[in-house]
Design a protein around this ligand. Structure first.
Ligand code: HEM
Length: 412
């Protein structure tokens, strides 16, 4: 049996500054061609789907949030409090209990309830007269923050603040940001805690049809969520639910700008939006790596990972391990199992909401942006945390038919 520390592994540096766009995909493909395991700067890197699922589902592994915090000297204060309470850093019975309590608020049906609000937000952001824009600022950034504000029952006017906080709070998972921007992250966590406490107090006096009220109602039934757990869960939703969808939507438009035939298909039939979203999530997962620490010795494929080993699971390679996997094709109808939302107990809580937001956005935009094309180079972010775009200049033609465009059918 080989011990992982003694193996001569190919090196894959996920923090290399030039690792963007096609270079990133090419380098990953080269690493995967040499085997299923590589050596990264702070962890091993698992490059195939089966091994990725193995590490994500194993009871002998956990999300390494606390280890990462310690590595960067986050040993006290509200950020550390938040990290300790983060649902991703819980395990066993405690984690199962939290998921059971919040699960009903995140079913596909629950997500569908917000679709009319999502369409309203898109209509409000859309400038019908324009034929070019910087898409991140115009739509991708404000839209998910508006959607999360609605889900939380916060006023739409708070969306920019929620976006700002979410952006910084989620950076607790980004090693580059922890190294360079810790004070800013700490400040955002303190501010958002105060905001969420106030939101909870307001909803307690005046309950509504929103997630905060639902969590509080569960608390008031007695043996359910404590007030502190409600606050932490709202923070998790905020941290996990804004930059992610923003990044995935921006990449979606970038991909379609390079595949005009597929964009035209979607414009002609917005009911294709579900498949289009699935293919975008598969081809360009904005969480290309998530991580696990082995809490005890783990053996996989004849390799021993001692307790304390950190493993990055590569969703990008896992997702492309399918027939013609390097080709973006919304019509291909491939195997539905993706690693984009993780796997096992910590599978993304907001996956249904994210899919609904993305489907509504693509169904809304495709008919309104014929002949979509890049209008300059996109600005790519790094791939270690959330792989987003800083900017995405786009242009398109004025739609020929200005009659109201069909919206995506939905169940309610
Ligand atoms: C395209 C959008 C999204 C992507 C790609 C994504 C990706 C992920 C991934 C990969 C995980 C699992 C991480 C792991 O196991 O290490 C996760 C967990 C999580 N996500 Fe998302 N996410 C997205 C949108 C959202 C949204 C909209 C929300 C909130 C409404 C959300 C809330 C969460 C939460 C709370 C967890 C932790 C679940 C747990 O620990 O049980 N995510 N997400």
């Amino acid at each position: 049996m080989a011990i992982v520390t003694e193996l001569d592994l190919p090196v894959f540096d996920y923090s290399a500054p030039d690792l963007v766009g096609e270079v990133y995909h090419r380098r990953l493909a080269e690493a995967a061609a040499q085997g299923w395991l590589a050596q990264g700067p702070l962890s091993y890197v698992v490059l195939d789907r089966e091994s990725g699922e193995f590490f994500l589902r194993s009871r002998a592994t956990a999300f390494p949030g606390r280890q990462i915090a310690e590595l960067f000297g986050v040993t006290g204060g509200r950020l550390r409090e938040q990290i300790d309470a983060n649902i991703l850093n819980q395990s066993g019975e405690h984690h199962r209990r939290l998921r059971a309590l919040v699960g009903p608020a995140f079913t596909p049906r629950a997500a569908d309830r917000w679709r009319p609000a999502m369409r309203e937000f898109l209509a409000g952001l859309w400038d019908g007269a324009a034929t070019s824009c910087e898409f991140v600022a115009a739509v991708a950034r404000p839209y998910p923050a508006l959607a999360i504000a609605a889900v939380l029952g916060a006023p739409p006017g708070d969306a920019p603040r929620l976006h700002e906080w979410s952006h910084w709070v989620q950076r607790q998972f980004d090693v580059r940001a922890l190294a360079t921007e810790l004070p800013r992250i700490e400040r955002a966590v303190a501010e958002v805690y105060d905001y969420v406490e106030a939101l909870l107090a307001a909803r307690r006096d005046d309950p509504g049809d929103d997630l905060v009220s639902a969590l509080l109602a569960a608390e008031e039934e007695g043996d359910r969520l404590t007030r502190g757990e409600c606050v932490d869960l709202v923070l998790n939703v905020l941290a996990g639910g804004v930059d992610t969808t923003q990044a995935q939507l921006a990449h979606a438009l970038r991909l379609f700008a390079g595949h005009p035939g597929q964009w035209a298909l979607l414009a002609a039939d917005p009911a294709l939006a579900g498949r289009a979203v699935q293919e975008v999530l598969r081809y360009e997962p904005i969480t290309p790596f998530t991580a696990r620490v082995c809490v005890e010795e783990v053996e996989h494929r004849g390799v021993v990972f001692p307790a304390g080993s950190i493993v990055a699971v590569c969703a990008e390679r896992g997702n492309r391990e399918t027939e013609a996997g390097e080709v973006f094709d919304v019509t291909a109808g491939r195997d539905a199992r993706l690693l984009t939302f993780g796997a096992g107990a910590h599978y993304c809580l907001g996956a249904n909401l994210a899919r609904a937001e993305l489907e509504e956005a693509l169904a809304f935009l495709a008919p309104r942006m014929p002949d979509l094309a890049l209008d300059g180079d996109p600005e790519f972010g790094g791939v270690e945390g959330i792989y987003g775009l800083g900017s995405l200049p786009l242009r398109w033609s004025a739609p020929r038919d200005r009659s109201p465009v069909a919206a995506l059918p939905h169940p309610s």
